[in-house]
Design a protein around this ligand. Structure first.
Ligand code: S3P
Length: 182
């Protein structure tokens, strides 16, 4: 039996962007303002394994993490009305990317390299992908990843904005698109 396609308003919203670009903080804020449930995929994976992401990488390996990430995202993003933050590497997987673009509204939180590198020292301990890399290698990864975030529904530059400003701006854009498309 074919299912009625979900209206734009009902679709879950997925936040993408590089590590530390504010997906969880802004996602949580937007969810609260829209009275929706917030899901952080990394947190869900951590709950399932009972350990932080760095430990999952160390004990089980990145491949296991990536498989779980794909299973969680494809399952949870199919539900309506959720606000979901996915890890910065999730969109490297074309199946995840296609699934999210087909079923959800994908919002890219875009931060310049200059603004991002100020945050690096706060991120390294909890981000295995950054560990053991030089600043030049991280910058290369940062720019390479911009290519995979290029597939999105809307992009928000967050460089000079605080959480409240980004969330409010994002919600007003969403409301405009809901009116336009539904
Ligand atoms: C990763 C980003 C992390 C987390 C894992 C791998 C990546 O999530 O999923 O450490 O490959 O970019 P955040 O983007 O929330 O930091």
């Amino acid at each position: 039996m074919s299912q009625k396609p979900r209206s734009y308003r009902e679709k879950s919203i997925v936040f993408i962007g590089f590590m530390g670009s504010g997906k969880t903080t802004i996602g949580e804020r937007v969810a609260k303002k829209l009275y929706r449930d917030f899901i952080d995929i990394d947190e869900e994976i951590e709950k399932e394994y009972g350990m932080p992401v760095t430990e999952i990488f160390r004990v089980h390996g990145e491949e296991t993490f990536r498989e779980k990430e794909k299973e969680m995202i494809t399952r949870l993003s199919t539900q309506p009305l959720k606000i979901i933050s996915v890890g910065g590497g999730a969109f490297m997987n074309p199946d995840i990317r296609d699934h999210c673009l087909e079923n959800c509204i994908v919002l890219f939180l875009d931060l310049s390299w200059d603004a991002w590198k100020e945050r690096l020292s706060l991120l390294v301990a909890s981000r295995p992908v950054l560990q053991g890399r030089s600043i030049e290698e991280i910058e290369e990864l940062f720019h390479k990843r911009q290519g995979i975030y290029a597939d999105h529904n809307s992009k928000f530059r967050t460089d000079h904005l605080d959480i409240e400003e980004v969330s409010d701006y994002l919600i007003s854009s969403l409301k405009t698109s809901w009116e336009l498309y539904d």
